[in-house]
Write a protein that binds this ligand. Structure first.
Ligand SMILES: NC(=O)c1ccc[n+]([C@@H]2O[C@H](COP(=O)([O-])OP(=O)(O)OC[C@H]3O[C@@H](n4cnc5c(N)ncnc54)[C@H](O)[C@@H]3O)[C@@H](O)[C@H]2O)c1
Length: 258
């Protein structure tokens, strides 16, 4: 069916925010490499569409409507995935939001505290919920792999994101390092990806000049594609990448090299 090496054959993988953009590309890459994929998304139709496309290509996949910010949703999703595909081996905490108001972030000094709380709940607490729900099965099995979707914006000021976004993405780096230490003895690796500007619906919410400026400021002189990030996720969740843990891997064409 495919020439892609079956590096993930039989693995059960969970991808949050798998209904669109980078998450969808990660779900496709994992399935193509042999994984059974659960696509979790707050947008149930988007989750169904991704899972349907995977199934149509001959892969085993399922869709679960799940708001990662809600613990009860994540707990229910874990039961559904275990019943449908088996105990998860791989978790990609990818779901994330970056609210804009007519293309611009809210200035911090005017930001609605409810917006701050919502972004932290989705982008950061959502990842904790994923680990809390799917981690115990990995620990019991003695193999697991977790990838958290951070961002290069965690490192430096950018005028096109609100303060909640980099704060949540920096929080994911702390979560990643702490968890890598804590879960290493259970043979679970935990890493973060830090994408640069990747062409998805999320980054199209700003003035196109913002994205053009990022492109020019990127040594490789292009914006990223979801598949660029998916390839990195594939490596980190493979057996070949399993000894890599506690790391933050930029996938940014050299933008904001650090
Ligand atoms: N696109 C970029 O330039 C870029 C750069 C760095 C990091 N990222 C990160 O990559 C991840 C994916 O971004 P994308 O560009 O593919 O965005 P996207 O908007 O295309 O996709 C995000 C998906 O997450 C889902 N989602 C949103 N809130 C959710 C929730 N509460 N529970 C479950 N699902 C939810 C959406 O329905 C959507 O399907 C995000 O964490 C984002 O912060 C993106």
């Amino acid at each position: 069916m495919t020439d892609t090496p079956q590096t993930h054959a039989g693995r059960v993988a969970v991808v949050t925010g798998g209904g669109s953009g980078i998450g969808r590309a990660i779900a496709e890459a994992l399935a193509t490499a042999g994984a059974l994929v659960a696509v979790l998304d707050a947008n149930g139709n988007a989750a169904e569409e991704t899972a349907g496309a995977l199934a149509g290509a001959g892969h085993k996949a399922m869709a679960v409507t799940c708001d990662v910010a809600r613990w009860e949703d994540m707990e229910a999703a874990a039961h559904e995935v275990t019943a449908g595909l088996g105990v998860a081996d791989i978790l990609v905490n990818n779901a994330g939001i970056s609210p804009k108001h007519t293309g611009k972030p809210a200035p911090t000094l005017e930001m609605d505290p409810a917006e701050w709380a919502h972004v932290l709940a989705v982008n950061l607490t959502g990842a904790f919920h994923g680990v809390r729900a799917f981690g115990p099965g990995m620990a019991a099995r003695g193999w697991g792999s977790i990838v958290n979707q951070s961002s290069v914006s965690a490192k430096r000021h950018l005028d096109f994101v609100g303060v909640h976004y980099p704060a949540s993405k920096a929080g994911l780096i702390g979560l990643t390092k702490q968890l890598a230490g804590e879960l290493g003895p259970s043979n679970i690796n935990v890493n973060a990806l830090a994408p640069g500007r990747i062409e998805t619906p999320l980054m199209r919410g700003v003035d196109p000049a913002v994205n053009e400026a990022a492109r020019q400021d990127t040594p490789m002189r292009r914006l990223g594609q979801p598949q660029d990030v998916a390839a990195a996720a594939l490596y980190l969740t493979s057996e070949a990448g399993h000894f890599v843990t506690g790391q933050v891997l930029d996938v940014a064409g050299g933008w904001m090299i650090s």
